[in-house]
Design a protein around this ligand. Structure first.
Ligand SMILES: [Fe+2]
Length: 335
């Protein structure tokens, strides 16, 4: 077997004498952090120095998703200023390019990087800037503070590996996640979720082929928020049930239609124009509601209590280009 090893040179400074954190350079962008903030600096198209500041915890929560999701579909806005666009073989990193006001003032910058380079930089920044006791994937009430001078690390939590099941979860040889349903504690917000397993009556000889499990029980034990806890993949149809609490740490900009099914409790969505951030809609989703996010929007969810959300993605590798060319619609249905 030939292992493919990517050698990527990450430009990192020595740790700062006071804060203890390293600074990172990616093209014309510089990232540094202090006790409270992440600072991003760049030079504008007209040669002026610009900078942007984010709360360190919010920055790390967003960075965690961008890394773990492999830059996801379309736009991962860390906030109204900085973010990434997945070009699927490369990634755009921008500051202000999708902020209508900054774009108009020509103080924005966008640079494209090979995926391996930006991934290696982001992974090292995430590891260096995450202190022991802070888990960027956890809900704010379930983890410690991101703030302060550098102390230790939390490498195990920021490098959680995706577990792949080869068969239906619970069937012999599935390899994955059984520990989540059998061993992990039920989250405090889901204490009332029934844990019964479905009855199974396979014909003799099919005991190893027929299976079912309680998805709600599975999700009630999810340790992370705003991250697909379980994904079923049938051709390009990706069903991603997740548990959500507090604020989606990124503002997701769509390059395709994305469906939401609110399985319990509620999430409030702020939807805006993908290119400028101009507000478009508020969507209050309660248990049982379904919504589709059009390909021209960006959206950020607020979940007052931990809730269950099913996200349905069309993973077709050609879809984003079909929409760009007008061959596929930006909206799910035309009445
Ligand atoms: Fe989304």
């Amino acid at each position: 077997m030939n292992a493919v090893v990517e050698f990527v040179n990450v430009l990192a400074s020595k740790p700062d004498a006071v804060s203890g954190y390293k600074s990172f350079t990616l093209g014309s962008f510089t990232f540094c952090r202090d006790e409270y903030f992440a600072h991003v600096s760049w030079t504008t198209r007209s040669g002026k120095p610009m900078s942007h500041t984010l709360d360190a915890g919010n920055f790390l929560r967003a960075l965690m998703r961008d890394v773990a999701w492999g830059f996801f579909y379309g736009w991962v806005n860390f906030d109204a200023v900085i973010g990434t666009v997945n070009r699927y073989e490369s990634v755009d990193l921008y500051a202000g390019s999708y902020n209508g006001t900054m774009k108009e003032a020509e103080i924005d910058l966008l640079e494209n990087f090979p995926t391996a380079q930006i991934r290696a930089t982001f992974e090292q920044m995430l590891d260096d800037w995450t202190n022991e006791g802070f888990d960027p994937f956890a809900a704010p009430q379930e983890t410690g503070s991101a703030h302060g001078r550098k102390r230790g690390n939390n490498t195990a939590k920021v490098t959680r590996a995706r577990e792949l099941a080869k068969r239906c979860v619970g069937l012999k040889g599935d390899l994955a996640m059984r520990s989540d349903t059998s061993g992990a504690p039920i989250n405090r917000a889901f204490a009332d979720v029934p844990q019964e397993a479905p009855e199974l009556h396979p014909e003799p000889g099919f005991e190893n082929d027929v299976h079912a499990f309680n998805l709600f029980a599975f999700l009630s034990r999810s340790q992370v928020t705003w991250n697909p806890s379980f994904t079923s993949v049938v051709k390009y149809s990706f069903m991603c049930p997740t548990t959500e609490e507090h604020i989606l740490p990124i503002i997701h900009g769509n390059d395709r239609v994305e469906w939401f099914f609110q399985m319990c409790d509620e999430i409030h969505w702020d939807c805006g124009d993908k290119n400028t951030g101009k507000p478009l809609a508020r969507v209050i989703m309660k248990a049982g509601d379904m919504a589709a996010m059009p390909a021209y929007c960006r959206h950020q969810g607020f979940s007052p209590k931990r809730s269950m959300l099913l996200v349905w993605e069309n993973g077709s590798p050609t879809l984003a280009y079909e929409i760009q060319n007008g061959k596929s619609p930006e909206i799910p249905v035309q009445f």
